[in-house]
Ligand binder design. Structure first.
Ligand code: ADP
Ligand code: MG
Length: 237
């Protein structure tokens, strides 16, 4: 398997006045292309910080973050924007849809940023919305949809640009258990179908069951890596 993400000895320390918060403390791991990987840990364990670092939204205090062989900490802001547009999709806990836009407009947004013509954008956005079961809700705005429907729009938006990597931060954190299953089936189904790499962070152990690999994280430290096909990664703690 090809490695797509390589994290080496990464630490992130936030300074708040006199106080230092160690959000990540010497984290190392690799993720293979096409893998579905779940970071599992309680609130405050450093999961969102880790996603933000991998997406180049923040810089590590120490260590190396390599994605597709590129050192993210060496890219400037402009290069990072282009890198994210081209290779990365995001699913957020609170959906982050634009309230004044329809489902179609929200989903086609990432393609507009990439300068893709209107007719192609519309075609792709429609096909993605149909794929998440919202073919009848193309013109609905976020406040006209349930939480589960809004998150399905969020998933369509994350996948519309055919990103190689999709990051999802607590994607089902605001959903009930039935809707959680629906949304997880859609996200993981799409990633598997297209061979995309999916990285989910969550505190919910039922989500972790969808992953090929579960990385347990606590207090900014990786405790263990578990392969769900039965292979044993061993405890690092
Ligand atoms: P999780 O997503 O697992 O709940 P986070 O990555 O959000 O955890 O946070 C890890 C730790 O880093 C927490 O102690 C949190 O308070 C702290 N932290 C996160 N972001 C910041 C920030 N911008 N400034 C200061 N501390 C932060
Ligand atoms: Mg978080």
């Amino acid at each position: 398997m090809d490695t797509i993400i390589e994290i080496k000895d990464v630490s992130k320390i936030y300074k708040l006045g006199e106080e230092r918060v160690v959000a990540l403390n010497g984290v190392s791991f690799v993720i293979d292309k096409g893998e579905i990987c779940c970071f599992l840990g309680t609130s405050g364990s450093g999961k969102s910080t880790l996603l933000n670092l991998m997406a180049g939204l923040e810089k590590p205090t120490r260590g190396q973050i390599k994605i597709k062989g590129i050192n993210m900490e060496k890219l400037n802001e402009r290069q990072l924007v282009l890198f994210r547009q081209r290779y990365i999709g995001f699913v957020f806990q609170s959906y982050n849809l634009l309230p004044t836009l329809t489902a179609m407009e929200n989903v086609s947004m990432p393609l507009a940023f990439r300068g893709i013509p209107r007719n192609i954008r519309d075609k792709r956005a429609r096909s993605l919305l149909e794929a998440v079961g919202l073919g009848t809700h193309l013109m609905h705005r976020p406040n006209q949809m349930s939480g589960g429907q809004q998150q399905r729009v969020g998933v369509a938006r994350a996948f519309v640009g055919k990103p190689e990597i999709v990051f999802a931060d607590e994607p089902t954190g605001n959903l009930d258990s039935k809707t959680t299953i629906e949304v997880m089936d859609i996200i993981t189904g799409m990633a598997r179908q297209n061979g995309q790499t999916l990285i989910i962070v969550t505190h919910d152990i039922s989500i972790a069951e969808y992953a090929d690999k579960i990385i347990h994280i606590k207090d900014g430290i990786i405790q263990s890596i578990e392969y769900t096909n039965g292979e044993e990664g061993g405890s690092l703690a």
